[in-house]
Write a protein that binds this ligand. Structure first.
Ligand SMILES: [Zn+2]
Length: 189
C-alpha cells in the first residue's frame, strides 16, 4: 500500500500546528560544510546526530555508496554548487561499513529488471548504444577504497577551487563511530 496519503495527512497537521518552527534556518550551511554520504536508512538520523549536525548546519548530498561515480555527474555538480554558491568550504566524503553497494551484483540486478518486466531487447539496446550497464551498476568491494577514490576525484577535480579540504571517513552504521581515512587539511591544494 502506498504511503502517499498517510504522508499527506501527517504533513497537513505538521504545517497546521507549526511543527516546522524548530527547523527554521537558511539555505546557507552554518558550519560551511558539504557532506557526501550514502542513502542508507541507518544513517538518516544517526549521521547528523553522531557528528553534532543540526538543521541548517550542513549540506548533505546522498548517493548509493557515497560514490562520485562520474566527475561530471549530478553528485559532483552538487558539491560544486555547495562550494561556489552556498559557501561550503570543506567537503566530507563519508561511506559506511556494511554498505549495500558493496554487495551489488550487476548481472543479478539486470536479471531482476527483466523479471519485473523490462524487455530484454531494451537491455540489449542500452548496451549497444555504448552504455556498459554492468559497469554502470557495479558497486565496490571495499568501502575504504571507494571513499578514497571519491575523495581523489573531488580533490583533483579541475573545477574545484584551491583551499577546500576534502576529508574521507567511514562510519559504523550501528554506533555512528567515524574512522578517518584521509585528512583533507593535510592534503590541501
Ligand atoms: Zn551504503
Amino acid at each position: 500500500m502506498s504511503s502517499l496519503q498517510e504522508i499527506l495527512n501527517f504533513n497537513e497537521s505538521f504545517v497546521k500546528f507549526k511543527q516546522y518552527e524548530p527547523f527554521i534556518t537558511s539555505k546557507f550551511p552554518d558550519k560551511k560544510i558539504v557532506i557526501l554520504t550514502c542513502m542508507d536508512t541507518r544513517l538518516v538520523e544517526l549521521l547528523p546526530k553522531a557528528m553534532n549536525m543540526r538543521n541548517g548546519d550542513v549540506k548533505i548530498v546522498k548517493s548509493a555508496g557515497a560514490q562520485v561515480s562520474h566527475p561530471f555527474g549530478a553528485v559532483m555538480r552538487s558539491i560544486l554548487v555547495a562550494v561556489y554558491e552556498l559557501k561550503a568550504d570543506e567537503v566530507y566524503v563519508i561511506g559506511h561499513y556494511d554498505c549495500g553497494m558493496s554487495a551489488i551484483e550487476p548481472e543479478q540486478m539486470i536479471g531482476k529488471m527483466v523479471e519485473r518486466g523490462v524487455n530484454k531487447d531494451i537491455i540489449n539496446i542500452v548496451n549497444y548504444t555504448g552504455i556498459d550497464l554492468v559497469e554502470w551498476l557495479r558497486g565496490f568491494g571495499d568501502v575504504s577504497t571507494s571513499v578514497l577514490k571519491s575523495v581523489d576525484i573531488i580533490r583533483n577535480h579541475p573545477l574545484m577551487p584551491t583551499g577546500v579540504p576534502v576529508h574521507g571517513l567511514v562510519m559504523d552504521p550501528g554506533t555512528g563511530k567515524l574512522d578517518l581515512l584521509s585528512n583533507g587539511n593535510e592534503n590541501i591544494k
